[in-house]
Design a protein around this ligand. Structure first.
Ligand code: PHE
Length: 460
């Protein structure tokens, strides 16, 4: 006899789900916490005015990020579908499913360039394990990086390894793969980052680094910094492209959406700040320039590990942390595509995972080559890597977020929204009035203004 969920799924397999609230939070925080927090957030903050940037970022996280996340979860859990199927179910016959398509395209793009850097973290983990940093001077550490990038096949090899590992987790399913691994990996990550923070702030001169991170320099804030802060908030929370719709669709009906989303946002922000605290004091303690771009993690930090007491073990812990953070994020991005392929195109989970991973690997290889080896792989003056990064985090995610909050605020239905948020009256939703105000007016307006301004379409 068929179960209800099998019938609802038109006879396909019963839908997988997270087994517990902690499982959901671990998986979703795992998605949110990633290279965005540890690799991107510290250098973006350093380059854009330190504490001043941090304040804007935090404001965006609370005022826009959290409501967008909640709205995505509402769409996902109420429909129990992938992003494309969710909008088709909510507004059949309309064009709203395009949000889902946009999200799936963004998932391909992000996963491609993300896996490139994730691959580098594997190379550096191996460097750390084989004690490559110790005793090397700055020139030799730079050579380690340039030699790696100068070889076409090594970055590509690690990219493929990374894509294969995340595919194997996703292949095992939501509960037996994603939840099982993130439940172990996320607490490990938290412990590691705290150890690194303690080590960093106990170095001489560490106060300098903390000052750099927290002291606001408003002269650096302009329209483009504000767009970068918004883009970073979206990227870091994994919102605006359907990851949260997908993960929300695996949530049980009786779980509290508001408190789950708050926990995830809190964890993500905490870890981004802790990453800054782990990195900047050490950077200053060794008298290195803080704003050294994306290379901060691969050049600056190995220099520090080379000179720091206990550098071998701290280097190893750091790169292990980076690999874990990257892995729990790529699996969530892959799941968006896999859910779409398997539910809408009626593929088996295995075929969907293989097809999606092959596509991502292919695009990833082009991205990887475009960085150092074949700069001709570019659009205009920007290499493919840069194009995918810019288009996804500064255009597709904010645009997706805008459309999602608009949809939930104006088209989803007020009573349905209240029922979903409160699990049919089970939970108090004291935040409802403010949430509704934000998604109706504030968030769409703020996203639209920042977006148009940052793109130079609207100047003020
Ligand atoms: N949030 C992840 C990070 O900070 C990246 C990500 C973006 C994951 C979008 C999923 C979707 O690294």
């Amino acid at each position: 006899m068929k179960t209800v969920s099998q019938i609802n799924n038109k006879g396909s397999q019963p839908r997988d789900s997270f087994g517990s609230k902690f499982g959901f939070i671990a998986a979703t925080a795992g998605s949110a916490v990633g290279l965005g927090n540890i690799w991107r957030f510290p250098y973006i903050t350093g380059e854009n005015g330190g504490g001043a940037f941090l304040l804007i970022y935090l404001a965006f996280i609370v005022i826009i990020g959290l409501p967008v996340m909640l709205s995505e979860l509402v769409i996902g859990r109420s429909t129990q579908r992938n992003p494309f199927g969710a909008f088709r179910k909510l507004k059949p016959g309309s064009k709203w499913f395009l949000i889902g398509i946009m999200g799936i395209a963004a998932a391909f793009m992000i996963n491609a360039f993300y896996s490139v850097v994730a691959g580098w973290t594997l190379e550096y983990l191996v460097n750390a394990i084989t004690n490559q940093f110790s005793g090397k001077n700055t020139g030799e550490i730079t050579a380690l990086f340039t030699n790696f990038q100068g070889s076409a096949w090594r970055p590509v090899f690690w990219l493929l390894v990374f894509v294969a590992v995340s595919a194997s987790v996703v292949l095992a399913g939501v509960q037996k793969g994603i939840e099982k691994y993130t439940k172990i990996l996320m607490p490990v990550l938290l412990v590691l980052i705290v150890i690194l923070c303690v080590r960093s702030v106990t170095l001489p001169n560490s106060a300098e680094g903390l000052k750099f991170l927290f002291n606001p320099d408003f002269s650096k804030i302009g329209p483009s910094t504000i767009l970068i802060a918004l883009g970073q908030a979206f990227f870091s929370l994994s919102i605006g492209m359907g990851t949260l719709i997908t993960y929300g669709s695996y949530m049980k009906r009786n779980e509290n959406l508001g408190s789950s989303a708050t926990s995830v946002v809190f964890a993500d922000t905490l870890i981004a700040i802790l990453a800054g605290v782990a990195i900047f004091p050490a950077v200053f303690a060794f008298g290195i320039s803080p704003a050294s771009g994306p290379d901060l993690v691969f050049l600056t930090l190995p220099n520090i590990f080379a000179r720091m007491g206990g550098g071998f073990i701290f280097g190893l812990l750091f790169f292990f942390l980076l690999v874990v953070a990257a892995l729990t994020s790529t699996i969530s991005i892959l799941e968006v595509v896999v859910a779409y392929f398997s539910e809408e195109l009626k593929m088996s989970r295995k075929a969907a995972t293989l097809l999606a991973s092959a596509g991502i690997a292919l695009l990833g290889i082009l991205c990887s080559l475009s960085l150092y080896k074949v700069p001709e792989i570019s659009i205009g003056n920007t290499n493919l890597f840069g194009v995918l990064e810019y288009v996804s985090s500064n255009i597709l995610l904010p645009l997706g977020g805008l459309l999602i909050v608009f949809f939930v605020a104006w088209l989803f239905g007020k009573d349905k929204l209240k029922n979903e948020l409160s699990s049919n009256g089970k939970y108090k939703i004291g935040y409802y009035a403010i949430y509704r105000f934000i998604i109706k007016f504030l968030a769409p307006l703020a996203i639209a203004l920042v977006f148009l301004n940052g793109l130079g379409i609207l100047t003020f």
